[in-house]
Design a binder for this molecule. Sequence first.
Ligand code: G1P
Ligand code: ZN
Length: 544
Amino acid sequence: MTILTIKTTPYGDQKPGTSGLRKRVTVYQQPNYVENYIQAIFDSLEGFEGQTLVIGGDGRFYNDVAIQKAIRIAAANGFGKVLVGQGGLLSTPAASHVIRHYKAFGGLVLSASHNPGGPEGDFGIKYNISNGGPAPEKITDAVYARTKVIDSYKSIDAGDIDLNTIGTQTVGGMVVEVIDPVADYAALMETLFDFPAIKAMFASGFRMTFDAMSAVTGPYAHKILEEILGAPKGTVINGTPSPSFNDGHPDPNLVYCKDMHDLLMTPEGPDFGAASDGDGDRNLIIGKNRFVTPSDSLALLAANAHLAPGYKAGIAGIARSMPTSAAADRVAEKLGIEMHETPTGWKFFGNLLDAGRVTICGEESAGTGSSHVREKDGLWAVLLWLNIIAVRKQSVDQIVREHWATYGRNYYTRHDYEEVDAAIANKLVDDLRAELPKLAGRNLGDDLQVAYADDFTYHDPVDGSTSAKQGIRIGFTDGSRIVVRLSGTGTVGATLRLYLERYEAADGRHDLETQSALDSLIGVADELTGIKQRTGRQEPSVIT
Ligand code: G1P
Ligand code: ZN
């Protein structure tokens, strides 16, 4: 076997975003685009010679091509072993678990998460470190710096590896082991949850629909929900991964899962509906007649986690991303445990989880997870919900209402303005940032008084690092809040995200429609930012 050193020229746009490097497939298909990026990752790491690298992806278009390149580059760079999911598949949480379980040096997760797939869609590569979590900024910054000057990459002179047969092969002196992508993950779930109780619930007629959105979670859900837990066949829909997600948009929200939502709002609908995204780390939870916002879901899961065997000793603390509602803060306060507010993106939870300071983490963007892995985990959230329902023997709606009656309700919504001209979006944020010092103490709208207005800076309490400019927050004295930030995962133009939250006390009104409950705050946000006038958009592209 010959190690080849191949000359290349840098690309200027390989800056990792909120979650790895996401680009259009057509961008990734440029000569050496994948090679440059993977070599730049390896060039930014030390001490991996002879170690194990995990590789897996969500099965989207180009996954198969990129995996073969990654294997050859890993062999040429001196990795001792690659663990790869059969068919090139590993959900993001399963990849995180495999890295931890087999004590790998790190992993490459090939995914663009919930972004559409297919030849015209998106692709992505993310590097995860040995704790199973996304590389911290220290590494992603180094990778970006390296991509700007890279002039060669290493590969080997070898053909494609058969990824369809479970077992071990050797390529260029490196061992490649193709593993069952589901088995280890399913075994982990069994240690965390009361499977007998969930099984008994399904046996007694509990009905659920799980939409795998033609993405990677299909095989996991078929195995765990239908085979192990005995849910009737057909519980999992769209359960076969497709490179284009069947031309769908694998984002489990009320826009792309509208049919399921509408079904859950009818008397004939099942008791419980759930979905996950392209790479299986996001979740959507809908009970009969009750959609659960991800922010509420985080609070509810944290408040009830002790009902699951894996968390029966209680949880150490909770962390949420800054734009996520403060519903979980009230749970942490009541439990007397630590609460952390971090920037958007799962990578900021890693240190807190490793240090044992938090057990449960979540984001408003349909992400919840725990210390069992270092990624958010869609099926984990679904199974914890099932565990809670099975033990409490109540409907989702009852559980949610009781929660609000105890803690109060944080009405919450996010308005996205997608594919906005980047110059307009940046100027909007810059202008608002410039206004912040003048806002404190001001009265806005009918009865809102600004308590604070800042651009969020995070001080990591574990490693002391600082991350600035993480989103503008304007908080009001009554607990309401407006947050504005630019997405770091989009691939075309800019996406402006406006997050709105209003607190209604435990004895307050909890049955308002969300958008009308937030109506006056939405008006104030538009006045402050001028979103509609500046973007020329009358409505957000997506409301979640
Ligand atoms: C979005 C979400 C964020 C999540 C990320 C990766 O990032 O808002 O919470 O961690 O996707 O799934 P954004 O596009 O806002 O930068
Ligand atoms: Zn995802």
